[in-house]
Write a new protein. Structure first.
Length: 60
């Protein structure tokens, strides 16, 4: 794996962990809107990371 892919996955993993903590905190506070927004952001981040990784692999 190249250095760029490792960097992309590391940033994505850190962002996903931060979003999961945000979602858990919002859920424990009982705020459904913040929980839904956090889950939407998490899904977008995961899909974007997969897309970037696929584009990087296809450009070889």
């Amino acid at each position: 794996m190249s250095g760029w892919l490792i960097f992309i996955f590391a940033i994505a993993a850190f962002s996903a962990a931060a979003l999961l903590a945000y979602v858990r905190r919002a859920r424990s506070a009982g705020d459904c809107v913040l929980t839904a927004h956090g889950l939407i952001l998490l899904l977008g981040l995961i899909l974007a990371s997969i897309g970037v990784a696929l584009l990087k692999l296809m450009s070889r």
